[in-house]
Design a protein around this ligand. Structure first.
Ligand SMILES: C[S@@+](CC[C@H](N)C(=O)[O-])C[C@H]1O[C@@H](n2cnc3c(N)ncnc32)[C@H](O)[C@@H]1O
Length: 254
């Protein structure tokens, strides 16, 4: 029942069947299952996404990555824009971009075929299946052509930190979506090292990172793409959140 439905039915009691169905849902929440997996939905960038156990529940922090990509694409790539969302999960980033950038054509990849199928359902529900091509595979390997923007919220939790995650995350969200190896940067480094040959001139990479990974990601970007312009964007809490890497050509006017 949505919020309006609840208000107009405040006087209505529950049947015994509804009470027991509701108690079963409460039990799942008491066992730490996240609400989004119980309801099967999560809002991201003003859009509703279907989510299930094979995909990470989209986080509000990731909206900054979408904002940065929209800003770049609208100010600098007005005619057409090719974007790759790598590690798309439920498709949240790709679909938010397709909805807000009518001139964009998007590839969305994920190593998990179950995630790709969930993203496919969300693309269909949001009417953007014609502008998002879903591809299953490792990082940028499935891309059929170079793109202007590579955008990625890849797994970045260090192995040693996995045990410290809340049970909502560690018991329910997919390890494949969380684990970034010993230093947390293994998957990100894999992407950055493949990026140059998958970017069009003037193109760049936007990466979501953990708040304490800014310097380390900048260093690995300088190592892998030495002639790049690299910057960090902080979130509303002033924590490092997005790293932008523009190899060789400058896309920004700064
Ligand atoms: C942190 S989740 C992000 C999901 C979604 N983009 C979001 O922001 O909500 C990372 C995603 O990357 C995928 N992934 C992990 N390793 C990958 C790899 N080597 N190549 C492609 N995708 C990968 C996972 O399956 C997962 O869906």
């Amino acid at each position: 029942m949505d919020r309006v439905g609840l208000y107009i039915s405040l006087e209505q009691g529950l049947t015994p069947e509804q009470t027991s169905a509701f108690s079963a849902l409460i039990q799942r929440r008491l066992s730490h299952e996240p609400t989004a997996y119980i309801t099967g939905h999560k809002e991201f960038y003003g859009l509703d996404f279907q989510v299930a156990r094979p995909v990470l529940i989209p986080r509000p922090e990731t909206e900054l990555l979408v904002e940065k990509a929209i800003e770049l694409a609208t100010t600098l790539l007005t005619d057409s824009c090719l974007i790759a969302d790598v590690g798309t999960g439920c498709g949240a980033i790709a679909i938010a971009l397709a909805t807000n950038l009518p001139h964009a054509t998007i590839y969305a990849t994920d190593v998990s075929s179950a995630a790709v199928e969930i993203a496919r359902g969300n693309c269909h529900r949001h009417g953007v299946s014609d502008r998002i091509t879903l591809l299953q595979g490792e990082l940028l390997a499935p891309l059929p052509e170079p793109v202007h923007l590579i955008i990625a919220n890849l797994p970045y939790v260090r192995s040693s930190e996995l045990v410290k995650l809340s049970p909502e995350i560690s018991r329910f969200e997919p390890l494949l979506a969380l684990s970034g190896g010993t230093d947390g940067l293994e998957v990100i480094e894999g992407l950055v090292s493949q990026a140059e040959r998958n970017l069009l001139p003037g193109g760049g990479i936007l990466l979501e990172i953990a708040h304490d990974q800014g310097q380390a990601v900048c260093e690995l970007a300088r190592r892998r793409l030495p002639r790049s312009k690299i910057s960090i964007t902080t979130d509303l809490r002033r924590l490092d959140r997005v790293v932008s890497i523009f190899p060789t050509w400058q896309l920004t006017k700064e």
